[in-house]
Design a protein around this ligand. Structure first.
Ligand SMILES: O=P(O)(O)OC[C@@H](O)[C@@H](O)c1c[nH]c2ccccc12
Length: 401
């Protein structure tokens, strides 16, 4: 990603060839189009209005790098890259399409003709996760314009060190004998609507900390969860000591940098929307920036994929399908049985039981299934006093005092 350097001065030649080549190497055919167009449309280019010459020079570099000659050829190449990305995702059992399908550009002939002949593809999102993912893709493009990657990288260099998310979970587990608690600062969700009307994120975070939470999860998605990065920042600067998970739908490496500058100590990577290569790359990037990564799975297939990826310390099992909203806590048990469970124990990974946990019995059930941590939102955020909510959830006061 280092090659994603914005234009500094007119006439400067940029190694665009390297941009696409290195992306190709790092994340396969994954997000070349977004990165390429993100690059080509970089705000610094438009806001600093360099000479036409610079822009032309870049575009020709770009075409050359993709082996194309005209802008319609370039459109076709970009479209093909999207199609390859979809194919790659489908081959890994990923049902979520990362972008709305688009028709082949005029004049296209090539390897996807047969697939196009196969008939209609739905061009509205098939489920809520797909809708969120499509929206996120556009939202990130807009946010990148306001916060170019170069500026974020500088901010990261001066950011205070991160706190040890995984260590905090292990310590809490040893201290209490219960799974370490990641308590979620969550105002609303698409499945449950508004959970708390008078929502003060800092007050809730402090109450969670007093109640014995090991870590906090802060939803930053605005549109679907009524969260925000300002909540993450506010909680961090209010002096809360628990490490913070930035709960976002990550579809682009830029978001990892952004989360780091806003005070996150960990990020979420959702296997249902990311290919193996993307998870591998985003994991490495997170580590480089000092962040832990919670890799979330929902079914056996995703668990199998994730177990094949090196370097994962934290796996979340979501009991809620983000496609259908169905919640079933026996999902945690099911995914920890047999060969998968054996591999997890062998690698000493921490499994986080996520969603739909309300009672001490629920906690005991997922603990018996093998989790060392739990991620809980609704049942504790809804309480008038979230600190007491935690004691209610565990059937015991788990605070330090
Ligand atoms: O409120 P609950 O049922 O306790 O769930 C919390 C958490 O697991 C859930 O918010 C969640 C799990 N994975 C996610 C991914 C995106 C958004 C939200 C989530």
């Amino acid at each position: 990603m280092d090659a994603l350097v914005p234009v500094q001065s007119a006439g400067q030649r940029l190694p665009v060839r390297l941009v696409s080549a290195s992306l190709h190497r790092c994340i396969g055919s994954v997000s070349i189009r977004r990165s390429v167009s993100g690059f080509a449309m970089d705000t610094r280019i438009s806001s600093r209005a360099p000479s036409q010459f610079t822009i032309r020079a870049q575009q020709s570099d770009l075409k050359e790098s993709l082996g194309v000659a005209s802008s319609s050829d370039l459109r076709i190449k970009e479209w093909e890259v999207d199609m390859y990305q979809n194919e790659l995702a489908i081959s890994q059992g990923i049902r979520i399409r990362r972008k709305p399908p688009s028709k082949a550009p005029l004049g296209y002939t090539g390897p996807f003709e047969l697939r196009l002949l196969n008939g209609q593809v739905a061009d509205s999102p098939s489920n809520i996760l797909e809708e969120i993912t499509w929206f996120k893709d556009q939202e990130v493009s807009r946010m990148k314009e306001l916060n170019p990657l170069e500026a974020l990288k500088k901010a990261v260099e001066n950011a205070p060190p991160t706190r040890d998310f995984v260590g905090a979970l292990r310590t809490a587990h040893q201290r209490t004998g219960f799974p370490g608690l990641i308590a979620e600062v969550k105002k609303a969700s698409p499945s449950r609507g508004i959970l708390k009307e008078n929502f003060d994120p800092v007050e809730i975070a402090q109450a969670y900390e007093r109640g014995g939470a090991a870590c906090l999860s802060v939803l930053t998605d605005q549109k679907y969860f009524k969260g925000g990065f300002e909540n993450l920042e506010a909680i961090r600067s209010a002096g809360v000591k628990c490490p913070l998970l930035c709960k976002e739908f990550v579809v682009d490496p830029w978001q990892i940098y952004y989360a780091r500058t806003k005070g996150a100590d960990a990020v979420l990577l959702i296997a249902a929307i990311l290919t193996d290569l993307e998870i591998t790359y985003l994991l490495k990037l997170s580590k480089k920036l000092g962040l832990a990564a919670l890799v979330e799975v929902h079914d056996e297939r995703e668990m199998g994929r994730v177990l094949g990826i090196e370097g994962i310390e934290l796996v979340g099992i979501n009991n809620r399908s983000l496609e259908t909203f169905k919640v079933d806590i026996s999902n945690t048990k099911k995914l920890l049985e047999g060969e998968h469970g054996r591999q997890i124990r062998e690698k000493d990974m921490i499994v986080v039981g996520e969603s739909g946990l309300f009672t001490p019995d629920d906690i005991a059930y997922v603990q018996a299934a093998g989790v060392k941590a739990v991620l809980v939102g609704e049942s504790i955020v809804k309480q008038n006093d979230p600190e007491k909510g935690i004691a209610g959830l565990f059937g015991k006061n788990i605070s330090q005092t």
